[in-house]
Design a binder for this molecule. Structure first.
Ligand code: CP
Length: 343
């Protein structure tokens, strides 16, 4: 088995189930009810050559909460790749320093190239428009947890994905994971030129899923269980696209009116974040911030136990980390955000 997590293509239902059982066991640590020192002495190399808040900080937090320490490198400027060092030389050097490495890089396939040179576990934290496997795992973990709350199975669920489905690596990884499950109804709503790649549509259809393509959100849909919105990834546009792109209209905006008119009281709204809150961006609307169906911060919170589970699995500590648990010694707030809503 590969020591790395580079793509969701490496996962099957058994492995996902193992990871999610581990994530559940990690929840008391993630909720700060317990502390754990099982990775004491281990060092994580956190290499981010593209902007990140959630992935970088949550991998850092997950490793730290298991007792390990973390070295961060952010941006090319502060790495010797700025002096022409190759990915594979950098990888071999880092493998001598660190016990696990998380890497984000703007180029498709770059994290796999980096990982090919070393035996220390490497986790793909996003390779350009390619994949983001840990995000897809935490998204699926969130969907299953939210469905459990309302007592509905994943099978037959209607999942609507919208936004930039061409460059959004989170939706590429998520749709691949979802297609491993019994048939789903997946509706895709993207602005012209930003549609889901056809190889992913074929994969989903070949695996028996119902795929529906719609032009805008201003249409009628069958009852939706999950709305998964994404940001327009302008940073990945070609020069020609930047010149010709007029922006997205509110036909792609997930907001309270859309939820009230076209969804149900049990629909959940997800987004990998960040959402673009600048005027005219028409990304996921803040008018849902007080609506408990907005699951985006429950989703980000789930990033910690899921990323702990990935470390536990790749670093082979899954059988005995419970022995290292102790009570926390500080006060933890009952809710992390002042506006957190509950059901
Ligand atoms: N979802 C996600 O990858 O967020 P960041 O870019 O902040 O890491």
């Amino acid at each position: 088995m590969s020591p790395h997590l580079l793509s969701v293509d490496q996962l099957d239902l058994d492995r996902i189930s193992t990871l999610f059982s581990l994530a559940q066991r990690m929840e008391p640590i993630a909720r700060r009810e317990k502390v754990c020192r099982v990775l004491e002495g281990a060092v994580l190399g956190n290499l981010f050559f593209e902007a990140s808040t959630r992935t970088r900080v949550s991998f850092h937090t997950a490793f730290s909460r298991l007792g390990g320490s973390v070295c961060d490198t952010t941006g090319f400027t502060f790495s010797s790749m700025a002096k022409g060092e190759t990915l594979t030389d950098t990888a071999r050097v880092l493998a001598g320093y660190c016990d696990a490495i998380v890497m984000r890089h703007p180029d498709l396939g770059s994290v796999s190239e980096f990982a090919s040179a070393i035996n220390v576990p490497v986790i793909n934290g996003g390779d350009g428009p390619g994949e983001h496997p840990s995000q897809a795992l935490l998204d699926l973990y969130t969907i299953q947890k939210e469905f459990k709350r309302v007592g509905r199975p994943l099978e037959g669920a209607h999942i609507l994905m919208t936004g930039d489905l061409k460059y959004g690596r989170t939706v590429h990884s998520l749709i691949k994971l979802l297609t491993l499950y019994p048939p789903l109804h997946i509706t895709l709503v993207a602005p012209a030129g930003l549609e889901m790649p056809t190889y992913l549509l074929s994969l989903a259809e070949d695996r028996g899923h119902k795929i529906e393509l719609r032009a805008t959100l201003h249409e009628n849909f069958e009852p939706i269980d999950v709305v998964y919105a994404t940001r327009i990834q302008k940073e990945r546009f070609t020069e020609e696209m930047v010149e010709n792109f007029a922006g997205v209209t509110d036909e792609y905006r997930v907001n309270k009116a859309f939820l009230d008119q076209r969804c149900t009281p049990d629909t959940i709204v997800m987004h990998p974040l960040p959402r673009d809150s600048r005027p005219g961006a028409n990304d996921l609307s803040p008018d849902l911030n007080q609506d408990p169906r907005l699951a985006i911060f429950r989703q980000t919170d789930n990033g910690i136990p899921v990323r702990m589970a990935i470390f536990a699995d790749l670093m082979d500590i899954s059988s005995d980390f419970d022995k290292h648990l102790a009570p926390v010694s500080w006060r933890v707030p009952a809710q992390y955000g002042v506006n957190d809503t509950t059901f």
